[in-house]
Ligand binder design. Structure first.
Ligand code: SAH
Length: 349
């Protein structure tokens, strides 16, 4: 179904989208957020899905200039959780009521495909009805297929920026945007619920790049879209750059909702780090997912993609309760169900 011009918000043309990306008119911004909330309510009511996030390794073979766990950051203290520790995090998550586990890490070569498959199978054996989400970077189509058949249901792989020249300013020459995009199309074809996404306010980013991000989202039609502000990490090449803007990030969240009305859109930890009520504002701009941390407290601080990350001192149970309270304060309802993408809508396929 073609998108239409609603509430004076033109998301059908590049010029209309650029105007909404860059607007400084509070009335237009509020109209954008209101429309995003309306669409989100139409597809998901007032519920907010909870996903338990397990950051299981900060070893990474990549060297993204923005990221605190990049290979060249000798100051990053490295850790990895073993298969039993990962399984224990899932058990804790299950006790706390989570029905989705998100396993995220740097691209850590220790986790060979065989090991990943073993871990997936063990989680699947013990939790046959839970959703398992992987976020472990770029792999071959064959690897993605193996993970899928071992029990993974969803995969998060932000494209980071959809503009080729901009991508090359954020990554070393060994990394390639076309390959990353191909991974996303492969994942979708295999049958995963797929999450793409991008950072807002990375160095050298122009409004036109954000327009390309929206156009890519419209083309790929992912089930999930992760959008967060860039936040500098002091031991990276971008350590001295300013963080992304809260307002611009919120507008991008709302625009993602307008473009893919039934997408699952998280209010990200980076949003909460940028501003004390950043995640709540994300929900008010159309987001409908939160991802509280399930990683053991001892390693939380070490998964430092950016500086001053929130919730690194809390236990998993505290994170859940804190998020619940915050959500209710803003009129939303915590939803601990699996929260699969709602079929039959305009978002995907
Ligand atoms: N290795 C996995 C997981 C990457 S970490 C993968 O390649 O997908 C998850 C996300 O954190 C990244 O996709 C990136 O968008 C975000 N991130 C990394 N560094 C960041 C920073 N300095 N500020 C904000 N977000 C950052």
């Amino acid at each position: 179904m073609p998108e239409t011009v609603t509430a004076g918000l033109d998301t059908t043309s590049d010029a209309g989208l650029l105007e909404l990306i860059t607007t400084e008119d509070p009335a237009q911004e509020e109209a954008l957020f209101a429309e995003a909330r309306r669409l989100r309510a139409e597809h998901y009511g007032s519920g907010v899905y909870f996903r338990g996030l397990i950051e299981f390794s900060n070893y990474c073979k990549n060297d993204c200039y923005y990221c605190g766990i990049r290979r060249s950051n000798a100051r990053a203290e490295r850790y990895r959780l073993g298969p039993d520790e990962i399984l224990n995090c899932c058990r804790m998550g299950d006790l706390l009521g989570y029905k989705t586990f998100v396993l995220q890490s740097g691209e850590d070569p220790w986790f060979t495909d065989d090991r990943v498959v073993e871990i997936l199978a063990a989680i699947r054996r013990e939790f046959p009805d839970h959703a398992i989400t992987l976020s472990i970077g770029e792999k071959s189509r064959e690897s993605y297929e193996r993970f899928f058949h071992a029990g993974a249901n969803r995969y998060l792989l932000r494209h980071e920026t959809a503009d080729d020249a901009h991508y090359r300013l954020l990554h070393p020459a060994s990394m390639d945007l076309a390959e990353r995009k191909q991974c996303l199309f492969n994942l979708k074809k295999i049958g995963y619920q797929v999450g793409a996404g991008f950072m807002v306010g990375t160095p050298f980013q122009k409004p036109e790049h954000l327009l390309e991000d929206l156009c890519f989202i419209r083309e790929l039609r992912p089930h999930m879209v992760g959008i967060g502000p860039f936040i500098p990490q002091k031991d990276t090449p971008f350590g001295a750059y300013p963080p992304g803007s809260l307002e611009l990030t919120l507008r991008m969240v709302a625009l993602a909702r307008l473009i893919l009305p039934s997408a699952l859109i998280p209010a990200t930890t980076a949003l909460g780090t940028l501003s004390p009520q950043g995640r709540e504002k994300g929900l008010m701009a159309g987001a409908n997912v939160v991802m509280p941390n399930l990683s053991p407290k001892a390693v939380r601080k070490l998964y430092s993609l950016y500086d001053n990350k929130i919730c690194t001192g809390d236990e998993a149970a505290e994170c859940r309760l804190c998020m619940e309270g915050r959500i209710r304060d803003f009129g939303f309802e915590p939803d601990m169900s699996r929260g699969d993408w709602a079929a039959g809508s305009r978002a995907a396929n």
